[in-house]
Design a binder for this molecule. Sequence first.
Ligand SMILES: NC(=O)c1ccc[n+]([C@@H]2O[C@H](COP(=O)([O-])OP(=O)(O)OC[C@H]3O[C@@H](n4cnc5c(N)ncnc54)[C@H](OP(=O)(O)O)[C@@H]3O)[C@@H](O)[C@H]2O)c1
Length: 320
Amino acid sequence: MAFVYSQLFVTPRIPPAASLTGQTAIITGSNVGLGKEAARHLTALGCTKVILAVRNTTAGEDARKDILASTGVPPHTLEVWSLDLADYGSVKRFAKRAESELQRIDILLENAGIATDKFALSEGHERTVTVNVVSTFLLAFLLLPKLKETAKKFAVKPRLSIVSSEVHAWTKFAEWKQPSIFPALDDEATANMQERYMTSKLLEVLAIRQFAPKLAGTGVILNYLNPGLCHSELGRDAGWSLYLLKMALARSTEVGSRTLVCAAVAGEESQGKYMHDGKVDESALSPFVRSQDGEEAGRKVWGELKGILEGVQKGVTEGF
Ligand SMILES: NC(=O)c1ccc[n+]([C@@H]2O[C@H](COP(=O)([O-])OP(=O)(O)OC[C@H]3O[C@@H](n4cnc5c(N)ncnc54)[C@H](OP(=O)(O)O)[C@@H]3O)[C@@H](O)[C@H]2O)c1
């Protein structure tokens, strides 16, 4: 009922005083969907530089032109950079480039994601896990030093915002009781691909809750959010049932993107917190996440994820 109420009766709004003059933002998966509309908002709110981090740079250039035309900002405000979250090499190259070419990062909005029921491997893990979870955290860790540096150098509070979803509550997540979670998710023979997208969103939530306290005192704000059901390209192959649900209940892409902007401009009150309908609301987290089992599962997920990230780049998760 809470889901239907939000979808039908709540219209998230961007805080009226929000201004991002002088700030630099990176938005992953911003050639279409929520990411593109969020990029349009962040540009209109005055960001000096907005990086569209996309796997298809031709589509990224089209998005850039569209945003430039609708906002009228100088062309150099928007840049299209290549980032493929299915390829750790691409994530590392992107982070290196950001480290060397950007003076500051005020907003890292990790929005890119996939929803598919087809099993495939990328970088040795099931593709949804690689894109939505492992590479999302890899990018966060690779760029956190720059966010921390920005906080210190410019006396600001950079935001790391991760786009999650209320569907984190809609999975049984049986894998958490296996001896090791990630190998269980990567086993094609047993993979529950009907639940996989939802499980990937739960993995994000569990890992963020373990990691967020470690950022205290760094000056960086980490929050995560639920945009609600929105029109976008997500679930493009999902069939009629999702199509009909969206027709009945979905927010427009623009309205949904406001929830991303709310997180990207949020203050200390959002540190480590879940945002729903554009506001901090931990009560909207699933009962499992808030339970003792959820805490135990979170510790297990975080321990394994940390090991995977250290395998990709030694030392990347240390020093926070
Ligand atoms: N729409 C909803 O109802 C809804 C609800 C809750 C949460 N969300 C979350 O919102 C976020 C944005 O989704 P959306 O609805 O806007 O979907 P979308 O329209 O499909 O956009 C997803 C974006 O992610 C990019 N992406 C996919 N795989 C990538 C990869 N390997 N490397 C880099 N970028 C990649 C896509 O690029 P391509 O165009 O090249 O594929 C696209 O730009 C996702 O994290 C999703 O889970 C959406």
